[in-house]
Ligand binder design. Structure first.
Ligand SMILES: C[S@@+](CC[C@H](N)C(=O)[O-])C[C@H]1O[C@@H](n2cnc3c(N)ncnc32)[C@H](O)[C@@H]1O
Length: 247
């Protein structure tokens, strides 16, 4: 299909050739894209600090960047960079984590991937960010191109966790790692979430239980999978995910 004019979240199926997805998947993803395209950043800095980001780090970020924060936790604690890595941020949103990663990579690259065109990072640090409007379940990236995959509150929105983790595994190099924040379900969700056909759209409906999430990550091929730093997040919990692709 040839798409004319500017892309937007309303651009019909620009990401999904028909053979790739089912109609319901396209519809749910269109809803997710619409939601994030229309999201107006509100109290991003306060939310990030509440989610564990150090306040001095948040104060050092451009205010227009932190406004767009919509993650579920801080993933950089204990994450060391040598400075020349390629980092891929899956479901980067406005790019708070992409930007933080880029400040630690004097010779590296950050590739921000998000299917919501309007969300992609608009603030670049030392021209290190490459924006890709794409789907984390069908990554338009070469095999083994990344040293580190980061993701914040995006796997829970993937319609197929299996495809999303398999793609993360495919694009990370041997001995590379996955470091993410995501949501897990710790008890039954309330009726208002369960009865919402678009609950993926709210992030909560797409959260797996802890064991099921570990199983999905291991099924993709990752080893040494750990979930830590459990924090209450609405009706679910936010956790830090760490996993390795061993050679
Ligand atoms: C909760 S927001 C988090 C954004 C960002 N990581 C942050 O911490 O601010 C989730 C993001 O994932 C994106 N997203 C959801 N499903 C996706 C998919 N299948 N492929 C690419 N991006 C996706 C949404 O467009 C949205 O920008």
């Amino acid at each position: 299909m040839k798409i004319e004019g500017a892309r937007s979240c309303e651009t019909p199926l620009f990401l999904y050739p028909e053979h790739m997805t089912e109609t319901w998947e396209q519809q749910v993803k269109a809803q997710i894209r619409r939601r994030y395209a229309n999201q107006i950043g509100e109290n991003g800095a306060a939310k990030a600090i509440e989610h564990g980001y150090p306040s001095d780090l948040i104060e050092s970020l451009p205010p227009a960047l932190i406004e767009g924060y919509s993650g579920c936790g801080y993933l950089f604690e204990g994450l060391e960079f040598s400075g020349d890595e390629t980092v891929v941020d899956l479901g980067s949103g406005a790019g708070v984590d992409s930007y933080i990663a880029s400040t630690r990579l004097p010779r590296g690259t950050v590739i921000s991937v998000d299917m919501t065109f309007e969300m992609l990072p608009k603030i670049n640090y030392q021209q290190l960010l490459i924006n890709i409007c794409g789907d984390i379940e069908y990554l338009p990236l070469a095999d083994a191109c990344a040293d580190i995959i980061i993701a914040n509150a995006s796997f829970n929105l993937a319609i197929s966790k299996e495809k999303a983790f398999a793609e993360a595994f495919r694009v990370v190099k041997s001995n590379g790692k996955l470091v993410a924040r995501d949501l897990i379900k710790t008890e039954d969700l309330p009726a208002e979430v369960l009865s919402d056909p678009l609950s993926y759209n709210t992030s909560l409906g797409g959260a797996l239980e802890e064991d099921a999430l570990i199983t999905e990550i291991e099924k993709a091929g990752f080893k040494n999978v750990t979930l830590s730093d459990h924090r209450p997040f609405s009706y679910v919990h936010s956790v830090k995910i760490e996993a390795m692709k061993l050679s």
